[in-house]
Design a protein around this ligand. Structure first.
Ligand code: CA
Length: 223
């Protein structure tokens, strides 16, 4: 999952980017409305954290412009605590949720998890496919109840496939959703990660669909 943080306060921006990175997301950052608007219009983010008070272009205008252009990604807005009008205008502009400043980072993380799973049609914070279970709250993965240790890249890959289980995901889509913009992207590394992930999971849930990409689906029942 790849996220964008648009926040002009350098400390807060850094805290958000660090916390989201630690939680296993690839994260890009922007410090003003114009830069944020550009990135959100051109990169396929899974969700965006958007401050309302921004230089160059305010957050509400950024959001309205995205929605007018048909960009439907989940957007969590950051509002000033005592400005109820921010929240009303934010929802009217197309926000999916808000957090009022000052906030606890845990609340931002929980709200983002909820937005991400709703966007992919999941109601529970625990995702499963055949014997594989992924708990989006704790970041833990288990196969047949046995814990499996994954690197952050492997976790990100599995989490993306689990959120989109049952449909073919192309290598290009994986590259776009697993790496931040500064990462040296190479779709061959995806194959390497998929190989490692398959070995660690030790069950047949990730299928290669020749020429198209990967499909996460429960293993077929032995006959
Ligand atoms: Ca601000």
């Amino acid at each position: 999952m790849r996220l964008l943080v648009v926040e002009d306060d350098p400390d807060l921006n850094r805290q958000l980017v660090t916390a989201l990175g630690d939680a296993g997301y690839a994260v890009d950052r922007a410090f003003d409305g114009e830069e944020g608007h550009f990135l959100g219009s051109t990169e396929p983010y899974d969700a965006i954290v958007l401050d309302i008070g921004l230089p160059k272009m305010d957050g509400l205008s950024v959001l309205e412009n995205w929605r007018r252009a048909g960009h439907a990604m989940p957007v969590l807005i950051l509002t000033a605590r005592d400005r109820w009008s921010d929240k009303v205008q934010g929802f009217d502009a197309g926000a999916d949720d808000y957090v009022a400043k000052p906030f606890h980072m845990e609340e931002v993380l929980a709200r983002l998890r909820a937005l991400l799973r709703r966007a992919s049609g999941h109601a529970s914070s625990e995702l499963s496919c055949g014997p594989v279970r992924l708990d989006t709250r704790s970041g833990r993965v288990a196969v047949d109840g046995n814990p499996v240790r994954l690197t952050s890249h492997e976790y990100r890959l599995l989490s993306y496939l689990m959120h989109h289980a049952g449909r073919v995901v192309s290598r290009t889509e994986l590259v776009e959703h697993l790496y931040d913009q500064d990462f040296d992207r190479d779709s061959n590394t995806i194959e390497v990660f998929v190989g490692r992930l398959r070995r660690k999971l030790d069950c047949d849930v990730i299928q290669t669909v020749r020429g198209l990409g990967y499909l996460l689906a429960p293993p077929e029942e032995p006959r």
